[in-house]
Design a protein around this ligand. Structure first.
Ligand SMILES: [Zn+2]
Length: 355
Protein backbone atom coordinates (compact mmCIF):
# COMPACT_ATOMS: atom_id res chain seq x y z
CA UNK A 1 0.00 0.00 0.00
CA UNK A 2 1.25 3.47 -0.82
CA UNK A 3 -0.22 6.84 0.13
CA UNK A 4 0.95 9.96 -1.61
CA UNK A 5 0.67 13.31 0.18
CA UNK A 6 1.10 16.85 -1.09
CA UNK A 7 1.09 20.19 0.70
CA UNK A 8 -1.29 22.93 -0.37
CA UNK A 9 0.26 26.39 -0.81
CA UNK A 10 -0.38 30.12 -0.90
CA UNK A 11 1.83 32.60 -2.75
CA UNK A 12 1.89 36.40 -2.63
CA UNK A 13 3.28 39.27 -0.56
CA UNK A 14 0.29 38.77 1.73
CA UNK A 15 0.49 34.94 1.90
CA UNK A 16 0.81 34.96 5.70
CA UNK A 17 -2.69 36.48 6.02
CA UNK A 18 -3.99 32.92 5.55
CA UNK A 19 -2.11 31.50 8.55
CA UNK A 20 -4.94 31.64 11.10
CA UNK A 21 -7.55 30.16 8.77
CA UNK A 22 -5.33 27.33 7.57
CA UNK A 23 -3.56 26.41 10.84
CA UNK A 24 -6.39 26.69 13.37
CA UNK A 25 -7.82 23.19 12.78
CA UNK A 26 -4.49 21.71 13.95
CA UNK A 27 -4.29 23.14 17.48
CA UNK A 28 -3.35 26.41 19.09
CA UNK A 29 0.31 26.48 20.18
CA UNK A 30 2.99 27.17 17.59
CA UNK A 31 6.77 26.86 17.93
CA UNK A 32 8.57 28.78 15.19
CA UNK A 33 11.96 27.35 14.17
CA UNK A 34 14.23 28.95 11.61
CA UNK A 35 17.41 30.70 10.58
CA UNK A 36 18.47 34.03 11.97
CA UNK A 37 17.91 36.12 8.86
CA UNK A 38 14.69 34.27 8.11
CA UNK A 39 13.23 34.84 11.56
CA UNK A 40 14.17 38.52 11.39
CA UNK A 41 12.38 38.82 8.06
CA UNK A 42 9.27 36.85 9.02
CA UNK A 43 8.79 37.40 12.78
CA UNK A 44 6.52 40.46 12.74
CA UNK A 45 4.48 39.19 9.81
CA UNK A 46 3.84 35.87 11.59
CA UNK A 47 3.02 37.63 14.87
CA UNK A 48 0.56 39.96 13.13
CA UNK A 49 -1.06 37.04 11.35
CA UNK A 50 -2.00 35.23 14.58
CA UNK A 51 -3.03 38.24 16.66
CA UNK A 52 -6.80 38.15 17.39
CA UNK A 53 -6.89 34.41 16.59
CA UNK A 54 -6.93 31.36 18.86
CA UNK A 55 -3.34 30.66 17.86
CA UNK A 56 -0.45 31.55 20.12
CA UNK A 57 3.31 31.43 19.59
CA UNK A 58 5.33 29.62 22.27
CA UNK A 59 8.56 31.12 20.94
CA UNK A 60 10.94 31.75 18.02
CA UNK A 61 13.92 29.37 18.02
CA UNK A 62 17.10 29.40 15.92
CA UNK A 63 17.70 26.05 14.22
CA UNK A 64 21.43 26.18 14.93
CA UNK A 65 23.09 26.61 11.53
CA UNK A 66 23.25 22.95 10.44
CA UNK A 67 20.49 20.44 9.67
CA UNK A 68 21.93 18.00 12.19
CA UNK A 69 20.57 15.36 14.52
CA UNK A 70 22.33 17.26 17.33
CA UNK A 71 20.29 20.40 16.60
CA UNK A 72 17.08 18.39 16.31
CA UNK A 73 17.70 16.80 19.72
CA UNK A 74 18.53 20.18 21.30
CA UNK A 75 15.38 21.79 19.91
CA UNK A 76 13.24 18.80 20.88
CA UNK A 77 14.20 19.21 24.54
CA UNK A 78 13.13 22.88 24.72
CA UNK A 79 9.87 22.87 26.77
CA UNK A 80 8.20 25.49 24.53
CA UNK A 81 8.88 23.30 21.50
CA UNK A 82 7.77 20.14 23.28
CA UNK A 83 4.44 21.64 24.38
CA UNK A 84 3.60 23.06 20.92
CA UNK A 85 0.86 21.57 18.73
CA UNK A 86 2.56 22.54 15.51
CA UNK A 87 5.88 23.66 14.11
CA UNK A 88 6.45 26.56 11.71
CA UNK A 89 9.61 25.84 9.69
CA UNK A 90 11.00 29.17 8.47
CA UNK A 91 13.99 29.83 6.22
CA UNK A 92 16.10 28.08 3.60
CA UNK A 93 16.63 24.37 3.01
CA UNK A 94 18.67 23.51 6.10
CA UNK A 95 16.45 25.41 8.56
CA UNK A 96 13.34 23.88 7.04
CA UNK A 97 14.79 20.36 7.02
CA UNK A 98 15.77 20.65 10.70
CA UNK A 99 12.29 21.74 11.76
CA UNK A 100 10.67 19.27 9.35
CA UNK A 101 12.50 16.19 10.62
CA UNK A 102 11.93 17.29 14.23
CA UNK A 103 8.19 17.55 13.51
CA UNK A 104 8.09 14.21 11.67
CA UNK A 105 9.94 12.42 14.47
CA UNK A 106 7.69 13.91 17.20
CA UNK A 107 4.42 13.47 15.25
CA UNK A 108 3.70 17.18 15.13
CA UNK A 109 1.94 18.92 12.27
CA UNK A 110 4.22 21.34 10.47
CA UNK A 111 3.92 24.24 8.05
CA UNK A 112 6.70 25.68 5.91
CA UNK A 113 7.66 29.32 5.27
CA UNK A 114 10.44 29.52 2.66
CA UNK A 115 12.21 32.88 2.94
CA UNK A 116 14.63 32.16 0.08
CA UNK A 117 14.00 30.00 -3.00
CA UNK A 118 17.10 27.89 -3.37
CA UNK A 119 15.54 24.43 -2.99
CA UNK A 120 12.21 22.60 -2.84
CA UNK A 121 12.73 21.67 0.85
CA UNK A 122 9.52 23.53 1.83
CA UNK A 123 7.50 21.10 -0.28
CA UNK A 124 9.26 17.76 0.09
CA UNK A 125 8.76 15.15 2.77
CA UNK A 126 12.45 14.19 2.51
CA UNK A 127 14.86 15.75 5.01
CA UNK A 128 18.59 15.93 4.32
CA UNK A 129 20.69 15.68 7.49
CA UNK A 130 24.34 16.62 7.96
CA UNK A 131 27.01 16.06 10.60
CA UNK A 132 27.92 19.15 12.66
CA UNK A 133 31.01 19.60 10.41
CA UNK A 134 28.75 20.00 7.37
CA UNK A 135 29.36 16.58 5.77
CA UNK A 136 26.35 14.57 4.60
CA UNK A 137 24.91 12.21 7.23
CA UNK A 138 21.68 10.68 5.89
CA UNK A 139 18.52 11.09 3.89
CA UNK A 140 15.66 11.11 6.36
CA UNK A 141 12.80 9.51 4.42
CA UNK A 142 9.20 10.18 5.41
CA UNK A 143 5.90 10.30 3.56
CA UNK A 144 4.72 13.33 5.54
CA UNK A 145 5.28 16.75 3.98
CA UNK A 146 4.27 20.17 5.26
CA UNK A 147 0.49 20.70 5.56
CA UNK A 148 0.73 24.00 3.74
CA UNK A 149 3.50 26.17 2.23
CA UNK A 150 3.24 29.89 2.87
CA UNK A 151 5.30 31.55 0.11
CA UNK A 152 5.67 35.25 0.93
CA UNK A 153 7.04 36.53 -2.39
CA UNK A 154 7.81 39.92 -0.79
CA UNK A 155 10.19 38.36 1.74
CA UNK A 156 11.89 36.27 -0.97
CA UNK A 157 12.20 39.28 -3.33
CA UNK A 158 14.12 41.04 -0.55
CA UNK A 159 16.44 38.08 0.16
CA UNK A 160 19.89 37.81 -1.50
CA UNK A 161 19.30 36.99 -5.17
CA UNK A 162 22.19 34.48 -5.35
CA UNK A 163 19.94 31.87 -3.72
CA UNK A 164 17.28 32.23 -6.38
CA UNK A 165 20.01 32.17 -9.06
CA UNK A 166 21.39 28.86 -7.77
CA UNK A 167 17.87 27.53 -7.08
CA UNK A 168 17.00 27.91 -10.76
CA UNK A 169 19.97 25.71 -11.73
CA UNK A 170 19.10 23.01 -9.20
CA UNK A 171 15.40 22.97 -10.12
CA UNK A 172 16.01 22.61 -13.84
CA UNK A 173 18.09 19.51 -13.17
CA UNK A 174 14.87 17.81 -12.02
CA UNK A 175 13.58 17.80 -15.59
CA UNK A 176 16.78 16.73 -17.35
CA UNK A 177 17.75 14.11 -14.79
CA UNK A 178 14.32 12.48 -14.40
CA UNK A 179 13.66 12.42 -18.14
CA UNK A 180 17.00 10.78 -18.92
CA UNK A 181 17.15 8.51 -15.84
CA UNK A 182 13.66 7.14 -16.61
CA UNK A 183 14.22 6.67 -20.34
CA UNK A 184 13.18 3.22 -21.48
CA UNK A 185 11.60 2.34 -18.11
CA UNK A 186 8.09 0.96 -17.72
CA UNK A 187 6.83 3.56 -15.23
CA UNK A 188 4.10 3.03 -12.64
CA UNK A 189 1.59 5.84 -12.08
CA UNK A 190 3.46 7.80 -9.39
CA UNK A 191 6.71 7.70 -11.36
CA UNK A 192 5.07 8.68 -14.65
CA UNK A 193 3.30 11.56 -12.90
CA UNK A 194 6.56 12.65 -11.26
CA UNK A 195 8.40 12.72 -14.59
CA UNK A 196 5.48 14.62 -16.14
CA UNK A 197 5.45 17.26 -13.39
CA UNK A 198 9.24 17.54 -13.65
CA UNK A 199 8.80 18.62 -17.28
CA UNK A 200 7.57 21.94 -15.81
CA UNK A 201 11.12 22.47 -14.52
CA UNK A 202 12.24 23.42 -18.01
CA UNK A 203 9.97 25.67 -20.14
CA UNK A 204 8.78 28.11 -17.45
CA UNK A 205 12.35 28.60 -16.25
CA UNK A 206 13.58 29.44 -19.75
CA UNK A 207 10.62 31.78 -20.20
CA UNK A 208 10.67 33.68 -16.90
CA UNK A 209 14.08 32.99 -15.35
CA UNK A 210 16.05 36.02 -16.56
CA UNK A 211 13.29 38.54 -15.74
CA UNK A 212 12.63 36.89 -12.35
CA UNK A 213 16.27 37.18 -11.35
CA UNK A 214 16.40 40.84 -12.46
CA UNK A 215 13.30 41.55 -10.36
CA UNK A 216 14.74 39.74 -7.34
CA UNK A 217 17.89 41.89 -7.66
CA UNK A 218 15.66 44.99 -7.59
CA UNK A 219 13.53 43.56 -4.73
CA UNK A 220 10.41 43.70 -6.92
CA UNK A 221 7.57 41.15 -6.67
CA UNK A 222 6.48 40.40 -10.25
CA UNK A 223 4.41 37.67 -11.86
CA UNK A 224 7.62 36.34 -13.47
CA UNK A 225 9.30 36.10 -10.07
CA UNK A 226 6.29 34.27 -8.63
CA UNK A 227 6.26 31.84 -11.59
CA UNK A 228 9.89 30.97 -10.81
CA UNK A 229 9.22 30.67 -7.05
CA UNK A 230 6.44 28.20 -7.84
CA UNK A 231 8.83 26.37 -10.17
CA UNK A 232 11.62 26.10 -7.60
CA UNK A 233 9.40 25.23 -4.65
CA UNK A 234 6.23 23.56 -5.96
CA UNK A 235 6.95 21.94 -9.37
CA UNK A 236 10.29 20.60 -8.17
CA UNK A 237 8.89 19.59 -4.78
CA UNK A 238 5.85 17.76 -6.15
CA UNK A 239 8.08 15.88 -8.59
CA UNK A 240 10.45 14.96 -5.75
CA UNK A 241 7.62 13.73 -3.54
CA UNK A 242 6.51 11.38 -6.32
CA UNK A 243 9.76 10.14 -7.79
CA UNK A 244 11.91 7.37 -6.39
CA UNK A 245 15.44 8.44 -5.58
CA UNK A 246 16.94 6.74 -8.66
CA UNK A 247 14.82 8.96 -10.94
CA UNK A 248 15.23 12.26 -9.03
CA UNK A 249 18.94 12.28 -9.62
CA UNK A 250 21.25 11.75 -12.56
CA UNK A 251 24.42 12.97 -14.23
CA UNK A 252 24.05 16.67 -13.26
CA UNK A 253 24.15 15.76 -9.55
CA UNK A 254 26.89 13.19 -10.13
CA UNK A 255 28.96 16.02 -11.63
CA UNK A 256 28.09 18.21 -8.66
CA UNK A 257 29.31 15.50 -6.26
CA UNK A 258 32.47 15.25 -8.32
CA UNK A 259 33.26 18.93 -7.86
CA UNK A 260 32.86 18.73 -4.08
CA UNK A 261 36.35 17.17 -3.83
CA UNK A 262 38.00 20.19 -5.52
CA UNK A 263 39.21 22.67 -2.86
CA UNK A 264 38.56 25.77 -5.03
CA UNK A 265 34.82 25.03 -4.97
CA UNK A 266 34.62 25.44 -1.20
CA UNK A 267 37.15 28.27 -1.14
CA UNK A 268 35.17 30.38 -3.60
CA UNK A 269 31.78 29.45 -2.06
CA UNK A 270 30.26 28.04 -5.22
CA UNK A 271 26.65 27.11 -4.52
CA UNK A 272 25.08 23.67 -4.98
CA UNK A 273 22.61 24.76 -7.69
CA UNK A 274 25.27 26.75 -9.49
CA UNK A 275 27.45 23.64 -9.89
CA UNK A 276 24.43 21.50 -10.76
CA UNK A 277 23.59 23.93 -13.58
CA UNK A 278 27.02 23.23 -15.09
CA UNK A 279 26.28 19.52 -14.54
CA UNK A 280 23.17 19.89 -16.72
CA UNK A 281 25.39 21.02 -19.61
CA UNK A 282 27.60 17.95 -19.11
CA UNK A 283 24.50 15.72 -18.97
CA UNK A 284 23.20 17.18 -22.25
CA UNK A 285 26.58 16.87 -23.98
CA UNK A 286 26.97 13.24 -22.85
CA UNK A 287 23.40 12.54 -23.97
CA UNK A 288 24.04 14.26 -27.32
CA UNK A 289 21.00 16.54 -26.95
CA UNK A 290 22.46 19.27 -29.20
CA UNK A 291 19.37 21.52 -29.48
CA UNK A 292 18.68 21.44 -25.77
CA UNK A 293 22.38 22.03 -25.03
CA UNK A 294 22.33 25.17 -27.20
CA UNK A 295 19.23 26.44 -25.37
CA UNK A 296 20.49 25.75 -21.85
CA UNK A 297 24.01 26.97 -22.63
CA UNK A 298 22.54 30.31 -23.76
CA UNK A 299 20.24 30.43 -20.75
CA UNK A 300 23.13 29.78 -18.35
CA UNK A 301 25.15 32.51 -20.09
CA UNK A 302 22.25 34.99 -19.89
CA UNK A 303 21.79 34.24 -16.20
CA UNK A 304 25.50 34.24 -15.34
CA UNK A 305 25.46 30.54 -14.42
CA UNK A 306 28.66 28.62 -15.21
CA UNK A 307 29.30 27.28 -18.72
CA UNK A 308 33.05 26.63 -18.39
CA UNK A 309 35.45 25.19 -15.81
CA UNK A 310 37.03 28.61 -15.17
CA UNK A 311 33.61 29.90 -14.00
CA UNK A 312 33.96 27.37 -11.16
CA UNK A 313 37.62 28.30 -10.53
CA UNK A 314 38.62 24.89 -11.94
CA UNK A 315 40.76 23.75 -14.86
CA UNK A 316 41.11 20.68 -17.04
CA UNK A 317 43.72 19.33 -14.55
CA UNK A 318 40.93 18.90 -11.98
CA UNK A 319 38.68 16.86 -14.25
CA UNK A 320 39.98 13.34 -13.52
CA UNK A 321 39.35 13.82 -9.79
CA UNK A 322 35.89 15.20 -10.50
CA UNK A 323 35.01 12.23 -12.70
CA UNK A 324 36.34 9.70 -10.22
CA UNK A 325 34.14 11.06 -7.43
CA UNK A 326 31.17 11.66 -9.76
CA UNK A 327 30.95 8.01 -10.75
CA UNK A 328 31.28 6.69 -7.18
CA UNK A 329 27.82 7.85 -6.05
CA UNK A 330 24.35 6.48 -6.76
CA UNK A 331 23.38 9.20 -9.25
CA UNK A 332 24.00 7.38 -12.53
CA UNK A 333 23.62 3.82 -11.26
CA UNK A 334 20.10 3.85 -12.74
CA UNK A 335 20.66 5.28 -16.21
CA UNK A 336 19.72 4.24 -19.76
CA UNK A 337 23.40 3.53 -20.55
CA UNK A 338 26.70 3.13 -18.75
CA UNK A 339 28.33 6.52 -18.22
CA UNK A 340 32.09 6.13 -18.71
CA UNK A 341 34.85 8.48 -17.51
CA UNK A 342 35.69 9.22 -21.16
CA UNK A 343 32.14 10.31 -21.93
CA UNK A 344 32.30 12.90 -19.16
CA UNK A 345 35.81 14.02 -20.02
CA UNK A 346 35.02 14.45 -23.73
CA UNK A 347 31.89 16.41 -22.86
CA UNK A 348 33.75 18.73 -20.49
CA UNK A 349 36.39 19.33 -23.19
CA UNK A 350 33.63 19.95 -25.71
CA UNK A 351 32.08 22.55 -23.36
CA UNK A 352 35.46 24.27 -22.93
CA UNK A 353 35.49 25.08 -26.66
CA UNK A 354 31.71 25.63 -26.99
CA UNK A 355 30.44 29.06 -27.90
ZN1 LIG B 1 20.26 19.47 -5.99
Amino acid sequence: MKTQLFPSYTIGPDAYNEIAKICMPFGSKIAVIGGKRAINAAKNKIKNAVVDSQLSITGFFLFGGEASVENIERLKSIPEVEESDMIFAVGGGKAIDTAKVLAQRTNKTFFTFPTIASTCAACTSLGILYHPDGSLREYSFSSIPSKHIFIDSGIIANAPDKYLWAGIGDSMAKYFESSVSSRGDELIHSQEMGVTIASMCNGPFLKYGVKALEDCKKNIVSSELEEILLGVIVSTGFASNLLNIDLTTGLAHAVYNGFTVIPQIEKHHHLHGEIVSYGILVLLAVDKQEDELRRIHKFNSDLGLPTKLSHLHCSIEDVDKVIDKALKGIDVKHYPYVVTPDMIKNSIEYLESYN
